[in-house]
Each structure stands twice: as structure tokens, then as C-alpha cells.
Design a protein. Structure first.
Length: 159
């Protein structure tokens, strides 16, 4: 992420959110939405976020107690960050009558992720009526530490 884009990351979101999930993204970016228990338990709280339809830039702070070795974050937690960012992209896209579920999460680890702040940039890659693919890149201190392709099943909610 460039310095110019970092400077713009003030928690703002586009006006005109129309779906329940888009309004939730606005609330997450503003820090006004209650944090779900699973997000707290998995240490996936958002520090800052910007979003637009089909893309998010989101910062997380990874605590030191998630290390498998001193200074090396557990890869499963890194995968969780990728999945969370991809889910936010889906929130930006789907109509209220739709739901999604991760069906595949392919993470490529490029460098060690350390405790502290990380930035996930996620963007829709492909979409059809039944699935979507989201590309996620995780950076820390200006270096890409991992990349992923997340596949999401898309379906209409059952009432």
C-alpha cells in the first residue's frame, strides 16, 4: 500500500450504502458496530477500514500471543485474516436476500508475519450467480507477507 493510500485510510466509507451489510461495513469502519464474540475470540478486530463495492482495505493488529515461535504469527491466524477480508468484500457486494460461505481458501505464505499491525487489501476477482473469487494481499511494514485466493459460494437465503 502506498503512503498516499495509507494517508487516506481514516475509517471513512462511501456514502450511499444501500444493503444491510454495506451499512455494517460503514459501522465497522466508524467503530460503532458491536464486535461479535467470534471476532474477539479470534483476534480479528478491525483497526481501520475503507471499502467500496468489490474491494476493501482493512487493518488488523495481531497480538503477540498468537505466535507459534517467538515473533512468528501462527499461519492459521494469518489465513483467518485473509478470510475475514474476503468476507468484507462479499459484504460490499451482495444484496440482502443473498448469503455466502467460504468454500476454498488458498493462502501462499511469502514471508513471516509478525505480531503488530497488518494491512489486508482484498478485491473481487471473478463472480457469477453461484460463486465469487476474492484476491487478498497481506502486507506488513510495506512488505507482502502472504497472498490468497478465496472462493465463496453465493446463494439465496432461505426464509
Amino acid at each position: 500500500m502506498t503512503g498516499e493510500r495509507e494517508a487516506a485510510m481514516d475509517g471513512s466509507a462511501p456514502s450511499g450504502a444501500v444493503t444491510v451489510r454495506q451499512r455494517t461495513l460503514d459501522g465497522i469502519a466508524a467503530g460503532t458496530v458491536p464486535i461479535p464474540a467470534f471476532v474477539k475470540r479470534l483476534s480479528l478486530q478491525v483497526v481501520a477500514m475503507e471499502w467500496r463495492t468489490g474491494a476493501v482495505t482493512v487493518r488488523f493488529r495481531i497480538p503477540g500471543d498468537l505466535c507459534v515461535e517467538p515473533g512468528i504469527v501462527f499461519g492459521g491466524h494469518v489465513a483467518g485474516v485473509h478470510d475475514q477480508a474476503a468476507g468484507f468484500v462479499m459484504y460490499s457486494l451482495l444484496e440482502d436476500r443473498m448469503m455466502f460461505a467460504t468454500t476454498r481458501l488458498d493462502v501462499r505464505y511469502l514471508a513471516v508475519t509478525r505480531p503488530g499491525e497488518v494491512c489486508a487489501e482484498a478485491e473481487l476477482h471473478t463472480r457469477d450467480e453461484r460463486s465469487a473469487e476474492v484476491r487478498v494481499s497481506l502486507t506488513q511494514d510495506g512488505k507482502v507477507t502472504s497472498e490468497s485466493l478465496v472462493t465463496e459460494a453465493v446463494m439465496e437465503t432461505r426464509r
